[in-house]
Design a protein around this ligand. Structure first.
Ligand code: F6P
Length: 329
């Protein structure tokens, strides 16, 4: 028999992402619509361990859909990685009367959710909240589109100075293990190349690309680089150093966009995505779903087993690589 759910707990965990507030709002309002109580858990799993609980009403989420960051705060809890931490978290959850959890976060956060659900038989619904877009089973994650737009705005500005000085800029963007941000921001900003973890880029190949652009009368170039470390340094620094050493004719500079990519207002796309996913999370609980992540595939809501969402590789569409190569000539 399905367990009756009176009270849900909601938390955000891992790196914040624009649109998380829109998701919290959607979950809260949908749950209240069905007369469920909502407990906001502050600072991710750490708040579950420290009993940082806040009663959420419909008005707790007023005027939040447009705000970046997360009103619930977030953390990467070390204590929750330990069995003792999870035991305490579960005891606090039971004491607070929380029957089910909604977890908004990326790969690490959903991995924690899966472990917790298996150990304590708790219904958990995950929402993909990460700018990296690296969760399998959904076309987009909450925050990805906003970060992409932020990056493109920055690259447009850097291009002005790159053009003026005839320089090559290596612009490092987030996504340790996934090149979605780098590849698509390169296409959207008209960059010359993207270096992503999914593809092996060779310095000669890169220089050839840049040289080809130069022959076509372009005197500057923009290369988007995923932050994955190479030989102990960030990707952008690594490639810029090699280009400087091996092709001194190029005047190379590095810009690391860093955490500014995670800030700012969510785009309309992310607000709608987060609203649909938050609403779907409560519908899923009511249908008796558990331990699934809400995804959107081809504009349809899908339930993805959390085990699949975190384990399966989400490939970069190879067509995107060809689009950039051809259009940057
Ligand atoms: O997972 C999201 C993310 O923004 C990654 O792209 C990045 O590598 C990481 O978080 C940075 O984490 P922190 O803010 O803890 O330095």
């Amino acid at each position: 028999m399905e367990r009756h759910i009176d009270t849900i707990g909601i938390l955000t965990s891992g790196g914040d992402a624009p649109g998380m507030n829109a998701a919290i709002r959607a979950v809260t309002r949908s749950a209240r619509f069905h007369n469920m109580n909502v407990v906001g858990i502050m600072r991710g799993y750490q708040g579950l361990i420290d009993k940082e609980f806040v009663k959420f009403t419909s008005s707790s989420v007023s005027n939040t859909i447009q705000r970046g960051g997360t009103i619930l705060k977030t953390a990467r809890s070390k204590a929750f990685l330990e069995a003792d931490g999870r035991k305490l978290a579960y005891a606090n959850m039971v004491e607070e009367g929380i029957d089910a959890l909604i977890v908004i976060g990326g790969n690490g956060s959903l991995t924690g959710a899966q472990l917790f659900a298996r150990e304590y038989d708790i219904p958990i619904i995950g929402l993909p909240g990460t700018i990296d877009n690296d969760l399998y089973g959904t076309d987009s994650t909450i925050g990805y589109d906003s970060a992409l737009n932020t990056i493109v705005e920055c690259v447009d500005k850097i291009r002005d100075t790159a053009n003026s000085h005839d320089r090559i800029f290596f612009i490092e963007v987030m996504g340790r293990d996934a090149g979605f941000l780098a590849q698509n921001s390169a296409i959207a900003s008209g960059a010359e190349a993207a270096i992503i973890p999914e593809n092996n880029t060779d310095v000669d190949q890169l220089a050839e690309f840049i040289e080809r652009g130069k022959r076509k009368s372009k005197n500057s170039a923009i290369v988007l680089v995923s932050e994955a470390q190479k030989n102990g340094v960030g990707g952008a620094m690594y490639y810029a150093d090699r280009i400087r050493n091996e092709y001194p004719q190029f005047d190379a500079r590095v810009t690391i966009l860093g955490h500014l990519q995670r800030g700012g207002k969510p785009t309309a796309y992310d607000r709608i995505l987060a609203s649909r996913m938050g609403y779907a999370a409560i519908e899923a609980l009511l249908e008796g779903q558990r331990n699934v992540m809400i995804g959107i595939k081809n504009d349809e809501i899908v339930y993805v087993p959390i085990s699949k969402a975190i384990k399966m590789n989400k490939p970069i569409n190879q067509e995107l690589i060809s689009v950039l190569n051809v259009l940057s000539l």
